[in-house]
Design a protein around this ligand. Sequence first.
Ligand code: ZN
Length: 325
Amino acid sequence: MATSMNYIVFDLEWNQNPDRNAPPNKLLPFEIIEIGAVKLDEARNEIDSFHQLIRPSVYHWLQDTIRQVTHMHMSDLRKGKPFPDACDDFLRWCGSDYRFCTWAKQDLTELQRNMRYYHMLDLLPGPVVYYDVQKLVSYRFLDGRDRPSLEHTIDLLQLPKDQGFHRALQDASYTARIFRQIEESYLTGYESVDAFQHPVNKGAEFTYSSGNRVKYISHEFGNRDRAWNDKRVRSVYCPVCSLPTFREGEAGNSRVQWLPGNTRVNYCLSYCLEHGAVAGRLRLKKTDEEKYIAVKTLWLLADEEEEAQMKEYLETLREKKGKKL
Ligand SMILES: [Zn+2]
């Protein structure tokens, strides 16, 4: 029997250290207390849902803000399952062929951090390819950089607001509704890759190609400078043919300039002799172990208008950089 890939749209609620007089547990700053998920088939019809409360074992009462936002009570959570059982059930329910979809990035990271805490991360090998529905919304309906809230997006798309927010199953179901509004053409090339589980060994790296985009995750570096100066980290190439790209009008000059944008992201623009303008985005990420990894995306610009927009954006970055010097 042929199997098909399902989409697992999930959302988590978590608790954090409620005690101002005690330090948080460094290995588990956010303890998951609820998992909610909706399963969609390949055509994105809803076929099932999952909900589980989790009995906390690290933080023993709810932090004030979390209690206010979620309206949950510790007495309910105590009836829940321990995380390892709940997570095991959840992954079993996901099946064998699925892709995760979440609102923003943090849920997938915290799921893995909680799994690592309980030594069960081998059940979810990474780097994990997934859809960040918030990012898809930005590319489809906004400018690609904006990150709107879940409730704002429900309003924006005029979708029914028939339940509350900030509970796992409700938010997963809202996220699934929004995900269904994104046309098929936006599903190729707009995947995200979660780097919580990244290549560790020197020389190892992870690449993921889709549509006219390629994502690259480097191995760990001991410090920021070493990562930043690494040749492979800085290298630019065409996501279509993999050949090196060059500075505009300087075929042969592959020393392309990366310009710092907002929030520690760097951008560049280069050219493939055959395929045209290639944009790049590069971010150095500090890992939980205080090491650094590089996450790079290279993508082919669709037309001259996109190229002009990118040039204009880089010009503003260049001016900003000039002012700082
Ligand atoms: Zn090319």
